[in-house]
Write a protein that binds this ligand. Structure first.
Ligand SMILES: *[C@@H]1O[C@H](CO)[C@@H](O)[C@H](O)[C@H]1NC(C)=O
Ligand SMILES: *[C@@H]1O[C@H](CO)[C@@H](O)[C@H](O)[C@H]1NC(C)=O
Ligand SMILES: *[C@@H]1O[C@H](CO)[C@@H](O)[C@H](O)[C@H]1NC(C)=O
Ligand SMILES: *[C@@H]1O[C@H](CO)[C@@H](O)[C@H](O)[C@H]1NC(C)=O
Ligand SMILES: *[C@@H]1O[C@H](CO)[C@@H](O)[C@H](O)[C@H]1NC(C)=O
Ligand SMILES: *[C@@H]1O[C@H](CO)[C@@H](O)[C@H](O)[C@H]1NC(C)=O
Length: 266
């Protein structure tokens, strides 16, 4: 009886190991686990889950460092996905977000790979009173512009080495030779070039940043138009007078049920 249970357990362990190995085939960036708590850390620098406060400080310092670095490189980048949604509301990171997203063109991606891959950068944030080191790492599968098995849809990462939290960099390329006005990333997000360019100059978390030209359209396409008006989300309510997402004090129903596909606005 005991033996059977043991053999069964062993079998399950082997099966899991096998599945994980099969899934990991060719994957460049790794996370400590795929669940919501772990998938926002780079496995190489993960030392444990960080507190909410540490997460927010990390991400704020990271986006400024990233934007400054690209300005020094004289390479164009713009904020995307949940990061862009945060910009839309109050030019700040959504307080419940766990990672950052930025996009670049395929040409910039190639330059990053050739000239800046695997470089380390120290940044001091005087306002936050912290110094952090970051790794800019470009996925060697970046030249393959199709989704494939989905293991390498992220083209690059800017990683905080102190805890493994990161910013995802994805490149946009025109894959359809007959329609070079449409560009896409490897995760099947498609954009008209005219929705992205010319980029608009703005600020984000106090740093100069660029955003897509038709940002509202881009956000509505990804998160539905509700994401631009729904002021209650993830236990937060947007306080218009303060321009901040504040934790909802009372236990009023979260409007999570009407959240669009993909859920977390991030
Ligand atoms: C980027 O994509 C364009 C088409 O939009 C193509 O002409 C160009 O060769 C690509 N550049 C690189 C570096 O892959
Ligand atoms: C900055 O952080 C250091 C420790 O990391 C601390 O000793 C110092 O008091 C802090 N300075 C301010 C202005 O908070
Ligand atoms: C970037 O550098 C790392 C470490 O050397 C390497 O494994 C990876 O393949 C490089 N990426 C590209 C795009 O060459
Ligand atoms: C591009 O257009 C040509 C000529 O109309 C057609 O033969 C080809 O299949 C098209 N390619 C794609 C990727 O749609
Ligand atoms: C691109 O523009 C065309 C024509 O304006 C529109 O029909 C299409 O939905 C747009 N595609 C995307 C991905 O925004
Ligand atoms: C909202 O708060 C409730 C009660 O504290 C908690 O159970 C739930 O996980 C929170 N939801 C989110 C999305 O953080």
């Amino acid at each position: 009886m005991l033996m059977t249970a043991f053999v069964r357990a062993l079998f399950v362990i082997l099966l899991i190991t096998f599945t994980v190995l099969a899934d990991d085939n060719n994957k460049y960036f790794h996370e400590p686990a795929e669940d919501d708590l772990h998938r926002h850390y780079d496995a190489r620098y993960f030392t444990g889950l960080v507190t909410d406060e540490e997460r927010q400080i990390t991400l704020r310092a990271m986006i400024r460092a990233y934007l400054l670095l690209f300005r020094n490189f004289q390479l164009e980048t713009w904020i995307a996905h949940g990061t862009l949604l945060g910009w839309y509301w109050n030019a700040k990171i959504l307080p419940w977000d766990w990672d950052l997203d930025a996009q670049v063109t395929n040409t910039t991606l190639a330059t990053l790979a050739q000239k800046h891959n695997h470089t380390y950068w120290d940044f001091r944030s005087h306002e936050l009173n912290i110094t952090r080191q970051y790794l800019l790492d470009i996925n060697p599968w970046f030249w393959e512009r199709v989704r494939g098995d989905g293991a390498n849809i992220i083209d690059g990462r800017f990683i905080d080495l102190s805890n493994g939290l990161f910013l995802d960099i994805t490149g946009l390329a025109a894959n359809d030779v007959n329609n070079t006005n449409v560009v896409e990333c490897k995760n099947e997000h498609r954009y008209n070039l005219s929705d992205i360019f010319p980029l608009r100059k703005s600020t984000f978390e106090g740093a100069s940043a660029k955003v897509p030209y038709a940002y509202a359209q881009v956000l509505a396409d990804e998160y539905t138009s509700q994401a631009l008006t729904q002021n209650r989300f993830h236990n937060h309510t947007f306080d218009t007078s303060r321009g901040e997402w504040l934790l909802t004090a009372d236990d009023v129903e979260d409007s999570e049920e009407v959240a669009p596909e993909g859920g977390a606005f991030s």
